[in-house]
Design a protein around this ligand. Structure first.
Ligand code: SF4
Length: 484
């Protein structure tokens, strides 16, 4: 597929819109040479009074064209860019018959736009009209983002400037899932590094503890994520959690999470360590309750192992458990996803997060033919989850999108009232400072004016260990940004 630009160079946005309809790679042209075959062409022409915008698309035998004219005083760069994308969107919708649910909303945080409108005083109808006209978003997604915004607004209120969250990264997993694009290292390849990694991580927690005390900050939420935090030994986990307890005043902590994650790493001992050291919320993630699909995605556990881990957590008294599911996994069917959903509802965790499969280049799955995921039932799966979960008492409270997600769908966190994860909201809302410790973690500093500065830790454990002192020097920036 070729993408041709005339009179403008809105490459990034144009490509994002074409990708909503046509997967694969594109050739970009800035003149008409070689414009045969499948093409998306757009043009911007400035006249004396008006700016004229055109789109022409040809896919196989099918063609569509559309034009629009703007008064020059309205034709700033952003408006022209948006209108050209809208024309292309309409043409490709006609040709392919595909209706992307989020329309032209290609960013990762659609709820943010809805929240802004609500905060400006728009009622539900005004919010819907504004977003529908501008972005051609479907009603189902407007409803979803509206309920999500309404559910999370009270949780964001009353947050004070001196509260922060702490993220601790354990970047190891027993084996790599076929769809994984995270910086996660299999235990087999990284085993030797783990003791040194834990040492450095404890030192980083101590250093962050000092900064927190000096700046008089208060910890609001703590999150152990990964990777899979329970892939390390119970003793190692205990050492880390005790280091947190000794260095961080957790008296004001409203939420302490450990993303236990995979059933093949969860033992009674580790759950006990988590419970005894103050974490109240854990994740036990089935992804699917279909053993065949688990095998295809490279998970070394069965659905029954997940159920056993979940029951063990309940026996130990955990009363806030999240379960992650993924729609669109290879080998999964609509019926099998429904079985997974029903089984999860029957287990009744406090929150259920429905992800849609994302296939990034760094994932093993990407090497396979990604076109085979076209006509995958992910959309029906997600739509059914959006319909059923609120009826059963789980309301949407956070939502985000990623690039390269099947059918440009979304990831949605649903929770029972009062069990919403604050950390998940903060990470999306970007209004709270988050200190990140460990490899691949990033520290997000939000100053008094709302400006965001990021400090990225090294991606790989050996870099994190070997360049630890160098990295800690970078953390002194925290004093400059938050100490003013
Ligand atoms: S459990 Fe998560 S982080 Fe670990 S390999 Fe699988 S997808 Fe990656």
């Amino acid at each position: 597929m070729k993408i041709l630009f005339k009179g403008h160079d809105f490459k990034y946005e144009t490509e994002a819109v074409v990708k909503l309809f046509i997967p694969g790679r594109f050739e970009f042209l800035y003149d008409e040479i070689n414009s045969d075959g499948d093409i998306v062409s757009s043009q911007l022409k400035k006249g004396r009074e008006f700016t004229y915008l055109f789109a022409y698309c040809r896919v196989g035998e099918k063609t569509a064209r559309k034009a629009f004219k703007l008064n020059n005083y309205k034709a700033d760069k952003n408006t022209c860019e948006h209108e050209i994308c809208r024309l292309i969107f309409i043409c490709l919708n006609r040709i392919t018959g595909i209706t992307p649910p989020w329309g032209l909303l290609t960013g990762i945080r659609p709820v943010k736009k809805m929240t802004e409108l609500i905060e400006k005083g728009c009622d539900k109808k005004e919010c819907f009209d504004k977003l529908k006209n501008k972005y051609m978003t479907l009603n189902s997604r407007l409803e979803l983002s509206y309920s999500t915004a309404v559910n999370q607004l009270p949780l964001l209120e009353g947050m004070s400037d001196d509260t922060i969250s702490l993220y601790i990264s354990i970047p190891f997993c027993p084996a790599r899932c076929s769809y994984c694009s995270f910086v996660s290292h299999s235990l087999e390849s990284a085993k030797k590094l783990i003791p040194d990694y834990i040492e450095c991580l404890c030192r980083e927690i101590e250093i962050l503890g000092k900064i927190i005390r000096k700046l008089n900050l208060k910890i609001d939420t703590i999150y152990f994520g990964g990777g899979t935090p329970t892939s390390i030994d119970a003793d190692q986990l205990e050492r880390l959690m005790k280091t947190v307890a000794e260095n961080i005043d957790a008296s004001g902590v409203r939420e302490y999470n450990v993303e236990a994650g995979r059933a093949d790493t969860i033992t009674y001992d580790k759950l006990r360590v988590i419970r005894e050291n103050g974490a109240g919320r854990i994740s036990v993630n089935p992804q699917t309750f279909n053993d065949n699909v688990l095998r295809i995605i490279g998970r070394q556990h069965t659905a029954q192992d997940t159920i056993n881990a979940y029951k063990a957590a309940r026996e130990l008294g955990f009363d806030n458990i999240n379960m992650d599911l993924i729609a669109g996994l290879p080998g999964d069917t609509f019926e099998s996803f429904m079985h997974t959903l029903e089984k999860t509802i029957e287990l009744a965790p406090e929150s259920i997060t429905v992800h849609t499969l994302t296939i990034k280049r760094s994932a093993k799955l990407y090497e396979e033919n990604i076109n085979k995921f076209i006509n995958n039932p992910a959309s029906e799966m997600v739509n059914k989850a959006i319909e059923i979960l609120p009826q059963k008492g789980w309301q949407p409270y956070y939502l985000y999108r990623q690039k390269n997600t099947l059918e440009n769908l979304e990831n949605i966190g649903f929770a029972k009232k009062g069990k919403e994860s604050l950390y998940n909201i903060f990470i999306m809302d970007e209004t709270q400072t988050i200190f990140g410790a460990g490899c691949a973690a990033s520290t997000k500093l939000i100053d008094k004016n709302g400006k965001i500065t990021r400090i990225h830790n090294y991606k790989f454990p050996y870099e994190y260990i070997n360049k630890f002192d160098q990295l800690m020097k970078k953390k002194q920036l925290i004093y400059e940004i938050l100490g003013e």
